[in-house]
Design a binder for this molecule. Structure first.
Ligand SMILES: [Fe+2]
Length: 266
């Protein structure tokens, strides 16, 4: 956990501490003083991302004008019916897995900041995709071949009452970002509305990955507290179910970016 005094103006030491963690583990946890207005906080989160070269925000259907999405339980509106905006658990995934365009155009980084935590639950597990890759390769290099196949994972089109909102999305699980030469990952553990490549090697690879996510000693588990956040190269993560708290309920802000931490990719 890197302590930040002022997210609008990081000291050289704070910046180095976050950069080093991201270089080593693709993620950093930070905390800064929580007593600021929502407007001020949202501006600070944008500034914090930009400090690490994250400037290209995802155009998300639930984002507000500044590109930030409120992750909270909703009872109405456009976010209703989607699991992130409920108190239900979310299985392992990387963000934007249903929105992959190419190895050069995908969600490469993400910022998750806690404003209010739940009284119970709402924990996240985190795993660096590079660890998942190494484990799989050590088990069987064939797992990597299967998961790097350009049609390894297919997400069918998503329809809503008002028509189609998202086209079918097909792509690999692991890929190499040509801009940075780093490993990218696109994954979801969900069982519904997903079609894996229909082949024995793929089935074995997916099952091995599921096992790694449930057992690996390098999986980090935490409950973000108010003022704490995660800045990362879109690492694997999940969320446990949570119980509503009395004062306003759990609230996180999420920002997704194209490009990775420290790169200036657009
Ligand atoms: Fe997520």
């Amino acid at each position: 956990m890197v302590e930040i005094r002022d997210p609008n103006e990081l000291t050289a030491r704070e910046k180095t501490a976050i950069s080093e963690r991201c270089l080593k583990s693709n993620m950093a946890l930070y905390v800064f003083p929580a007593n600021r207005s929502e407007w001020e906080l949202r501006r600070s989160l944008r500034t914090l991302g930009a400090t690490f070269g994250l400037n290209t925000l995802e155009d998300h259907r639930s984002a507000e004008a500044d590109g930030i999405v409120r992750i909270e339980v909703v009872q109405s509106g456009g976010r209703l019916g989607y699991i992130p905006y409920s108190d239900r658990p979310i299985s392992w995934h990387t963000d934007g897995y249903y929105n992959f365009e190419s190895a050069a155009h995908y969600i490469g980084a993400m910022l998750l900041h806690c404003v209010r935590s739940a009284d119970e639950g709402g924990d996240n597990r985190l795993l660096d995709p590079e660890i998942a890759y190494i484990r799989l390769r050590d088990l069987d290099p064939g797992h990597i071949d299967a998961l790097m196949h350009p049609a390894a994972m297919r997400i069918p089109a998503n329809f809503e009452d008002n028509g189609q909102v998202r086209a079918e999305n097909v792509g690999p699980v692991f890929f190499v970002d040509p801009t940075t030469g780093t490993l990218g990952m696109r994954y979801t553990a969900r069982k519904r509305n997903i079609a894996w490549r229909d082949d024995e090697q793929t089935r074995r690879a997916v099952s091995a990955l599921e096992h790694i996510l449930e057992t690996d000693p390098l999986v980090l588990r935490l409950r973000l507290q108010p003022g704490q956040g995660l800045i990362c190269n879109n690492v694997l993560h999940d969320r446990s179910a949570f119980a509503a708290s009395n004062e306003g309920g759990r609230l996180l802000f999420r920002v997704r970016y194209r490009g990775r931490i420290g790169s200036n990719a657009t």
